[in-house]
Unconditional design. Structure first.
Length: 302
């Protein structure tokens, strides 16, 4: 999934011609590093704060923050990666210490990373482990889902406003918002001698209600199925009667494990697609895709 010239400028992300092929060559550690830096910059790209405020809050120089922005706009997520440390693969903190660091990061009022590192060092001494460095603590905290951090520090109301505000109104143009969802079709199909119900993954354009992409499989929903449907949605279909393609500004999904997977988060970050999840039990704005599934079941399959 490596388009380089499909979309134009969108919001604060500023899509440029770029070489996105290098993302495939990144190792897992490099991907995590790049994703953590993107999560730091995300409020700036979405117009919620300034680079100066981000630099002060995260304890990095303004020059570094500007360099990250420039590299992301030029190269996508791959531009935020760096060389893997020589200690790659070594266990830098036990699972018990990692959980303690995550708990400190979610404490209210919010602690700075330096404060978390100091308290984590005292916990490490009690556990008989080496003191975790600032970089180790920073890496663990940056892997926490941004929505969870917002929920812990600012409450459910702010979480809903931050992650769902855009979906209280309809999209005003094609490719502004795409929705993604799965359904198990109420029909039995022969799969090597065994009757099974297939799963359908749909990417739907919120403005036109056109299906941008889909994937059909006997396997339960997964990040791979979602990625395949998204790839088809983005690329030209080669059919005169199916013209929808391009990069959406927003991909809106529920909290399924396939949608919240690290793979999907990396793909959307690299392509400068804003990934937004509906709150658990409150799927606002998802009526169009649910109606599509209902019509599919009640009209087509019947």
């Amino acid at each position: 999934m490596q388009p380089s010239k499909i979309a134009g400028n969108r919001a604060g992300y500023v899509v440029e011609d770029r070489d996105t092929s290098s993302l495939d060559g990144l190792g897992e550690a490099e991907r995590l590093r790049a994703l953590s830096r993107f999560q730091i910059l995300r409020p700036f790209f979405e117009g919620e704060t300034t680079l100066t405020e981000i630099a002060q809050r995260e304890g990095i120089s303004l020059r570094t923050a500007r360099e990250w922005v420039a590299r992301y706009r030029r190269y996508g997520l791959a531009g935020l990666a760096r060389k893997v440390r020589s200690d790659k693969g070594r266990r830098l903190a036990s699972s018990q210490l990692q959980q303690a660091i995550e708990g400190l990061a979610l404490r209210r009022p919010r602690l700075s990373i330096a404060a978390v590192q100091r308290e984590a060092a005292m916990i490490a001494q009690k556990l008989g482990e080496p003191d975790p460095s600032y970089d180790v603590v920073y890496s663990i905290i940056r892997r926490i889902e941004p929505g969870l951090m917002t929920l812990a520090h600012e409450g459910a109301k702010t979480y809903g406003e931050t992650f769902e505000l855009i979906h209280r109104t309809e999209a005003d143009r094609p490719n502004a918002i795409w929705q993604a969802d799965h359904t198990q079709l109420d029909i039995l199909v022969n799969d090597r001698g065994r009757p099974k119900k297939p799963w359908l993954t749909i990417i739907l354009d919120d403005y036109s209600r056109a299906v941008a992409g889909y994937a059909l499989s006997f396997s339960a929903p997964s990040a791979i199925q979602t990625a395949l449907a998204l790839r088809q949605a983005i690329w030209h279909k080669g059919r005169p009667d199916w013209t929808i393609c391009g990069l959406p500004e927003v991909l809106y999904t529920d909290h399924g494990s396939d949608f919240t997977s690290q793979h999907i988060e990396q793909v959307t970050a690299h392509l400068k697609i804003q990934l937004i999840f509906s709150a658990v039990g409150r799927p606002r704005g998802r009526g169009k895709i649910e109606r599509f599934f209902r019509s599919l079941s009640q009209v087509l399959l019947q």
